[in-house]
Every structure is written in structure tokens, then in C-alpha cells.
Design a protein around this ligand. Structure first.
Ligand SMILES: Cc1cc2nc3c(=O)[nH]c(=O)nc-3n(C[C@H](O)[C@H](O)[C@H](O)COP(=O)(O)OP(=O)(O)OC[C@H]3O[C@@H](n4cnc5c(N)ncnc54)[C@H](O)[C@@H]3O)c2cc1C
Length: 265
């Protein structure tokens, strides 16, 4: 690594102020992406502002038909929360399937959604459940938050404070994990609420997306059979050493069928 200024504020206001006065600052959550990126010099900030002492960002609240997760809530805490599991079991299962024990014990929901890795699991849950991302400035619907490859709607210096999920009637997530990292080669999240089905796909394309075609089929009939005729085009999908675009296209319908089958009755 190289030298940089490190600070650890204990309020959101102090973090914002430190970011304002930094030449090229960056926030640190669990460091699961940022630290490796700095070690490889893919990221070279002048100032690292560690959010981990801001207590209000660690809350889990399940009430009024919402699951609210503070930005610093770790994947292991979501996986192990009885309240989350009883409200949205698919969300707890998704968190339990992220990476390995070390990653789950350091990685945070805020860091995951801010990073917007194309193969990350949470973006599918946010889109599939119609969640909203709360920041120190505003609320952003998930549909507007994930903008492109590693790109979000966050403005310079904006801090994610919370992600709020409406509790669905039913939800399920199916992923075909990379066997080494457990990142999604393809993952499909289905959420059903008030008779409307949302279907979100991660891992397949540069950015997680909702599949209008699969949603239309499932809004007509929620069954794996209703997806039989659907073929996903490979043109805009990721093509890398892990999987070809055609293979990923095939996996989208396979994972969607698995997720439908896994929906609680
Ligand atoms: C080996 C390995 C395997 C993994 N496997 C998976 C997997 O299977 N599925 C999966 O979904 N993910 C996986 N991950 C990613 C991991 O789950 C973390 O969520 C992700 O790396 C972000 O880490 P972090 O929370 O520590 O954030 P950091 O690395 O600290 O930060 C990441 C980025 O988010 C920004 N940031 C952090 N918090 C905030 C905030 N509150 N407001 C604004 N910006 C913020 C930072 O400035 C930085 O740019 C894996 C990671 C590793 C290292």
C-alpha cells in the first residue's frame, strides 16, 4: 500500500465534514472490497474515512411491515437475525449464502450496495423486493439506485444510512454461485407482494436488472411451468472466464424456475 490519512468519526455529520475537507476521500465499511482494491492500487484515496464507529448505522429494525437494515449491518447479522428470518426468510438465506464466514463477518449491506458489483447478491434482493436506499440526503428507490457497472445513484460524499425492505407475501432467491468466491454467476430473486411479482437478476449483466419478460409470465401464473417458453437473449450479458453469455442466459431461466419452486406456499 501507500500512505493515506485515516480517520474514524462517530457521527454521520463528522464523516461528511471529513469527506468535504479531504482531497480525495473514500468511506470504509468492512473493507472487503476497498482494502483489496487499495492493496492492488486500483484505488488510491488520500483519506480513508472509517464509518464503523457510527453506532446508528448498525441497527436492525423489523416493524410496520418493513425490515430496516442499517448500512453497517453485516451479512452474518442478517443471516443470524430471527426477526429478519421470520419477516423475509429469503433475505436471511441470501445473506447466509454470501462469500465465506470471514466475508460475512466483515462485509456490510451498505458497502455491498454502494459497490454495486455485477455479481453481488443484495442488488437482486433490493430490486426483487422493491426496497429503498436511505442516505444522509434522501431516499432512493432500488429501481433508480443501481445505474451501471459498479455505478449507483449516490452523489459525491453521500452516505448510505439504511436499506428498507417492504415485507413481501412470499419471496425466494436462487443462485448459481461461483464455486470459489460464492459471488453469483447468476442469481434470481422473486418477490410477491399484494398480487404483484417482481423478478430481479444479478450476475448475468453489468448491472442487476428486473426481467420484464419473466415478471409478465409470473404475473399471469406463478409456476415454473409458465417460464417454459422464455428464452433470454445473450447479447448484453457478461462473458468472462467464469461463464459465457449464452450460459448465463440459460441460467437466468433455470434460476428463475428454481426460485419460483422455492417460494413458500
Ligand atoms: C472473497 C470474497 C467473496 C465474496 N463473495 C460475495 C458473494 O458471494 N456475494 C456478494 O454479494 N458479495 C460477496 N463479496 C462482497 C462482500 O460481501 C462485501 O459486501 C463487499 O465486498 C463490500 O464490502 P464492505 O461492506 O466491507 O465495504 P467496503 O469494502 O468497506 O466498501 C466498499 C465500497 O462501498 C463504499 N461504502 C461502504 N459503506 C458505505 C456507505 N454506508 N455509504 C456510502 N458508501 C459506502 C466504500 O466507500 C467503497 O467504495 C465477497 C467479497 C470477498 C472479498
Amino acid at each position: 500500500m501507500y500512505s493515506f490519512n485515516y480517520s474514524k468519526p462517530d457521527t454521520i455529520e463528522a464523516a461528511r465534514e471529513m469527506m468535504r475537507s479531504a482531497e480525495d476521500g473514500i468511506y470504509l465499511a468492512g473493507g472487503q472490497t476497498l482494502i483489496p482494491a487499495m492493496k492492488q492500487r486500483l484505488s488510491a484515496p488520500t483519506d480513508v474515512i472509517d464509518l464503523s464507529s457510527i453506532g446508528e448505522l448498525t441497527d436492525i429494525d423489523v416493524s410496520d411491515g418493513r425490515v430496516r437494515l442499517g448500512a453497517l449491518v453485516k451479512h452474518a447479522d442478517v443471516a443470524g437475525s430471527d426477526a429478519v428470518r421470520s419477516a423475509i426468510p429469503a433475505l436471511a438465506d441470501l445473506a447466509a449464502g454470501i462469500g465465506d464466514a470471514q466475508v460475512r463477518n466483515r462485509g456490510t449491506i451498505g458497502g455491498s450496495v454502494a459497490n454495486n458489483d455485477p455479481a453481488a447478491d443484495y442488488p437482486a434482493a433490493l430490486l426483487g423486493l422493491g426496497a429503498s436506499v436511505h442516505t444522509d440526503q434522501r431516499q432512493i428507490p432500488a429501481d433508480d439506485f443501481f445505474v451501471g457497472l459498479f455505478e449507483t445513484a449516490l452523489e459525491e460524499g453521500e452516505i448510505i444510512t439504511q436499506v428498507a425492505f417492504p415485507v413481501p407475501d412470499r419471496a425466494a432467491y436462487a443462485k448459481f454461485p461461483n464455486p470459489a468466491s460464492r459471488y453469483a454467476t447468476v442469481g434470481v430473486f422473486i418477490g410477491v407482494r399484494d398480487g404483484v411479482t417482481r423478478v430481479a437478476v444479478t450476475g448475468a449483466a453489468p448491472c442487476a436488472f428486473r426481467s420484464a419478460e419473466i415478471e409478465a409470465a409470473l404475473n399471469a401464473e406463478i409456476s415454473a411451468r409458465s417460464l417454459d417458453g422464455i428464452t433470454i437473449g445473450a447479447d448484453d450479458l457478461n462473458n468472462d472466464i467464469h461463464a459465457s453469455a449464452e450460459y448465463r442466459a440459460h441460467l437466468v431461466t433455470v434460476m428463475a424456475k428454481r426460485a419460483v419452486t422455492a417460494l413458500p406456499k
